[in-house]
Design a binder for this molecule. Structure first.
Ligand code: AMP
Length: 421
């Protein structure tokens, strides 16, 4: 029969890999909790309009990357391409802001974008998302960036660069936009077909274009820094001061507009050289008008997302270091030994010891091999001779040393030895 394979760009995370994923998620939870953030879990499926309205109709994500379908002829639904819109939708729906004007939230889970799969770019990928709603103080921008950097440091990440920019606000961005529009119109021939379309629909998106000639042409374009209003400038200056307080080094990248329309003022990315084209590990920014535009109160917000696949692929401690281990493997030969092993194996499991045994009647040698494969610290060897002599061999698999144990009170003895390790 023909095999059914997974969908292109959708990956399995195998048992030998889940250890590192759990570690990353656990550390994120610990660190974010220290900063006052709490976990929220939102659905992976939302009404399509939610993303159209928040991310923007003329963004790459909405134009060509969303998994959207008509739900049995009823309504258009979309597998979430990002989490911010869903988190805000949930806050509005549950009137979170009426109970508490500030919501510090994080969520971890899969996102879906129909991009061309390549290394570091998948169609289902995972993000750790952080959103802080209700505060527009630049200290919050700095705090959120500090938390991100602390998290990446905890993952022992090196050779990272933090890039920041300001995208201005509803006041100053339109002026910049129309200047940029004029520039792009004059230079239309220097840009690719996609960009020529963007000039009309969403000129800022031209900065995102990956085509080399477009990147070269956009170098001469006006930058928002030339049009930024006093308030936005002040916000950006303060952010830089606060980052300095925590010795966070950063670069200003005034070409960074990020791929979503909802950003205002601060945007940031953490990039690395080691990922080739897909060099962003994390990105985020402020989105002061978004809650209101989704039908909520006029509440400012800022957030970021870390791409888990990219992060894990770059962590200096690799997948192997997080593989699950076993405390005890019981290698048993013969009926009596197997009976004792079965009882013992489950008895110690109940006491909190990770243990396993063989049920396939394999030779002692192959059982020992399996103990090794399962990364067991100890193996209890129960062969015919041992049972006859009312004893067992207890082997330390790391040291290769072995002691003989009497079978009377074997459970207590084993528990004691394992807990002493
Ligand atoms: P974005 O929501 O586009 O700002 O992305 C935030 C982070 O998610 C990026 O910095 C990447 O690390 C990660 N990411 C985005 N798109 C993908 C993808 N298609 N595959 C893997 N990771 C991605």
């Amino acid at each position: 029969m023909e095999k059914i394979t997974s969908v292109r760009g959708f990956n399995d995370i195998l048992p030998q890999e889940t250890g590192i994923w759990q570690y990353v998620e656990g550390r994120a939870r610990d660190i974010f909790t220290n900063f006052g953030f709490r976990e929220i879990r939102v659905p992976v499926l939302e009404k399509t309009d939610l993303f159209k309205r928040s991310i923007g109709e003329s963004t790459d994500i909405v134009e060509k990357e969303m998994y959207t379908f008509l739900d049995r002829g009823d309504e258009y639904l979309t597998l979430r391409p990002e989490a911010t819109a869903s988190v805000i939708r949930a806050c509005i729906e549950h009137a979170v802001f009426t109970f508490d004007p500030v919501a510090r939230l994080f969520t971890i889970g899969p996102m879906f974008r129909r991009e061309r799969p390549q290394k570091g770019r998948y169609r289902q990928f995972h993000q750790i998302n952080v959103e802080c709603l209700g505060l527009d103080d630049p200290r919050i921008d700095a705090e959120v960036i500090l938390m991100l950097i602390q998290f990446l440091n905890a993952m022992e990440m090196t050779a990272l660069r933090l890039q920041i920019n300001s995208l201005g606000c509803q006041e100053c961005r339109p002026v910049f936009r129309s200047n940029l529009y004029d520039f792009l119109l004059r230079r239309e021939n220097d840009f690719c077909e996609d960009c020529r379309r963007r000039v009309v629909t969403n000129p800022l998106r031209v900065f995102d274009c990956k085509v080399n000639s477009c990147q070269a042409a956009i170098d001469h374009a006006p930058r928002l820094s030339g049009f930024i209003c006093g308030k936005c400038k002040d916000h950006f200056t303060k952010l830089k001061e606060y980052l300095n307080i925590f010795d966070i080094s950063f670069e200003i990248n005034d070409k960074m507009v990020r791929g979503l329309d909802y950003y205002t003022r601060t945007t940031f990315e953490v990039v690395t050289e080691s990922l080739g084209a897909q060099n962003a590990i994390a990105g985020g920014g402020r989105y002061d008008g978004l809650v209101k535009s989704l039908g909520g109160p006029d509440v400012p917000g800022i957030g970021f997302a870390v791409g888990m696949e990219r992060l894990i692929s770059l962590m200096p401690r690799g997948v192997e270091e997080f593989v699950d281990t076993l405390d005890l493997f019981i290698a048993a030969l013969g009926d009596d030994a197997q009976r004792l092993a079965f009882k013992l194996c489950n008895a110690v499991r109940i006491k909190g010891i990770r243990s396993d045994m063989d049920y396939a009647g394999k030779s002692l040698k192959s059982q020992m091999k399996r103990a090794d494969k399962l990364n067991s610290y100890y193996t209890l060897i129960l062969g015919d001779n041992e049972i006859r002599e009312n004893r067992a061999e207890f082997r330390d698999m790391r040291k290769g040393s072995q002691v003989t144990l009497g079978l009377d009170r074997i459970e207590e003895t084993i528990l004691k030895l394992i807990k002493e390790r």
